[in-house]
Write a protein that binds this ligand. Sequence first.
Ligand code: 3HC
Length: 288
Amino acid sequence: MTEIKKIAVLGAGLMGHGITQVATQIGKFEVYMRDIEQRFIDNGMTMIRESLQRFVKKGQMTETQMNETLARIHPTLDLKEAVSTADLIIEAAPENIELKKALFREVDNYAPEHAIIASNTSSVSITELASATKRPQKVCGMHFFNPPQLMKLIEVIRGAQTSDETTQTILEVARRMEKETVLVKKDCPGFIVNRILIPALNEAAAIYWEGTADRDDIDKAIKLGLNWPMGPLMLLDYIGSDTTLAIAEVLTKELDPKFHPSTGLKQMVKAQLLGRKTGKGFYDWTQR
Ligand code: 3HC
């Protein structure tokens, strides 16, 4: 197994900041958190500090442990600096295959030969991402759930050429982060969770758009009828309707036309009502 000491997380957004936090707070790894603009890094660091403060307030962590966690985080704008001494790179960039492939190509040039490149993609093919590198046996899917600080699961996805050693190393890293894992043995769009979740969220947006039921009743129905912790429209806001649409489009293109995104979902994205990240979606997040 590859020994992992240093991790580079590429992206400081909704998922990247949470992955960085879990890796440093629980896994005690040194992490280079890289993004392309200073404001994204600043925002990610603010979210990490706020989240750590919550644990401190509840007595689940001391001030010293919080400061030690923060000291393990090295924010940077420089991709080469982030990955050139990393043992594991976890990519958490936006769900755009061309962007991710370009990033994988660049990372492959800078990262040490032994380094594993994992992707937190929700739906993009691991095999295709691996094809952008000269180390497809060292490329793997490592899919966290939002918010990574609280959600227990990581889906570990094997690409067509992922080696057993790479898979075992990723499973061990997840264990060090105190996460539960499931192994997706074949690279398939949406893996397990999103293949089941995204059609449900898409249908919730369709029901809302058709006017069949009001927002609060749609969410109440699923919270109380299926015991979900939050309703599907609130979850859509949580994930982002843009991300949900991107996953639905991949499922439609790669798997089956039955996954096609609803007009309701597409309209939310067109209107930039993306949810928490823009302050407004199905709910108003500006006052929360
Ligand atoms: N850091 C630290 N603590 C946090 C936190 C954070 N980022 N967010 C919330 N908390 C804490 C709160 O302080 C609170 O603590 P307390 O109970 O001790 O007071 C506790 O977590 C619960 O938070 P809230 O009261 O604000 O809200 P909830 O009770 O609703 O819990 C939740 C929040 C855990 C997010 C819960 O609503 C939930 O499980 N929602 C579903 C999330 C989900 O389904 N995620 C998966 C999305 S799919 C995905 O990510 C895949 C992708 O590819 C699309």
